[in-house]
Design a protein around this ligand. Structure first.
Ligand SMILES: [Mg+2]
Length: 368
């Protein structure tokens, strides 16, 4: 490993993308997504890991993984930094061997992936009509599954009246989106852990008429028993697990049967290999996997290579409408047709950073 660059790319009011690129002495590059941690802390963690990987070949990923896990506690930022470097290493490995990463992870089971449009990060006008307008755009772009997080303004310590007001407003937003997408498309709601157990159980009953594809993270993942109870009692499938790291992080979640659908994120869960391992854990428990990832196009193409190989894959997240230039941040340009993403058959992730777009969009580049 010769060179490690970290690019900060401003996106919108919700934050930046943090992208990592490794370059070998032979000029091969590997790219990874470190977005949506806490950027300053993720950078510090990347700096720490860079000492361990610089000047080394990165084929022995399990050696690096074990050394990394032993080296420090894995909070969100450390997990984000490690996962990004791990993604870079897989991209490099694929390019060095001339194979798509999916071929190195067991081979693909499918050539394209169903994706849902997460409209939440694109909605600025948070009125029901504002959500509906963005959902309508996603449908026009070809998506037949739409996700929103309608309770993001829930106060931490609100009065019962305030909590009810925000809960009802969220219901109005969700109903407005259901109305505009029609009964045949899929609706997914993310509660972002805003509800305690009893209120969460009531919420699950309240959203029943909306005929959800899934209800996501009603309560925090800890203690697992709360989500498990909601999962048992909810009439619709439940999903979650986006913030968990590694097979060890997922084991209690899977064992307690917290959700029907696990949502490891390649940006936090430990990277591509860890995502594959977590999916195997879920497969053993009869759980489907729908990787989380309102990510940059880098995180998306990386997750796609793993998803292509998973027997229990369900659907992949796609951050809809965040920027107008998203597709051109990579080459070839990112393309979804009717909400489906074709799994690249080119080496590595099958994509490179588009230098032209990067030059005009990045705020900074740091060389580690
Ligand atoms: Mg979520």
């Amino acid at each position: 490993m010769d060179r490690i660059e970290v690019f900060t790319v401003p996106v919108n009011h919700r934050g930046d993308w943090l992208l990592v690129r490794l370059t070998t002495r032979d000029g091969l590059t590997g790219i990874g997504d470190a977005s949506h941690g806490q950027d300053a802390r993720t950078l510090a963690a990347l700096r720490g890991f860079s000492l361990a990987v610089k000047g080394r070949e990165l084929f022995r990923l399990e050696v690096l993984r074990q050394a990394a896990i032993r080296s420090q506690p894995f909070d969100r930022s450390v997990a984000c930094a490690f996962s990004a470097l791990e993604q870079c290493a897989w991209d490099l490995r694929g390019k060095a061997l001339g194979l798509p990463v999916s071929e190195l992870l067991g081979g693909r089971l499918r050539d394209s992936l169903r994706c849902y449009a997460n409209i939440n990060r694109a909605v600025v006008d948070r009125s029901p009509a504002g959500f509906a307008a963005v959902a309508e755009k996603a449908v026009a772009a070809g998506f037949d599954a739409i996700k929103l997080a309608p309770w993001d303004d829930m106060p931490r310590e609100g009065s019962p009246e305030e909590v009810e007001r925000v809960t009802a407003l969220g219901m109005d937003r969700a109903r407005a989106v259901r109305d505009v997408i029609g009964p045949r498309r899929d609706l997914l709601l993310d509660a972002h852990s805003h509800f305690p157990l009893e209120k969460g159980l009531a919420l699950a009953r309240r959203v029943e008429p909306l005929k959800l594809f899934w209800l996501e993270e009603v309560t925090p993942p800890d203690p697992p028993e709360n989500l498990a109870r909601i999962n048992r009692e909810a009439a619709m499938p439940t999903a979650g697990g986006e913030s968990l790291f590694g097979v060890k992080g997922f084991l209690p979640y899977v064992t307690a049967n917290c959700v029907n659908i696990a949502m490891p994120d390649i940006k936090y869960c430990g990277g591509a290999f860890e995502l594959k391992k977590i999916a195997a854990l879920c497969e053993g428990a009869g759980m489907r996997v729908a990787p989380h990832g309102p990510a940059s196009p880098i995180g998306h193409v990386a997750a796609a290579q793993v998803c292509a190989t998973l027997p229990n894959f369900l659907i992949l997240e796609y951050a809809f409408g965040e920027t107008t230039w998203r597709a051109d941040l990579i080459e070839p340009a990112e393309e979804l047709v009717n909400g489906r993403f074709t799994v690249a058959a080119r080496p590595g992730w099958g994509f490179a950073l588009n230098e032209h777009t990067l030059a005009s969009r990045k705020r900074s580049v740091i060389e580690l």
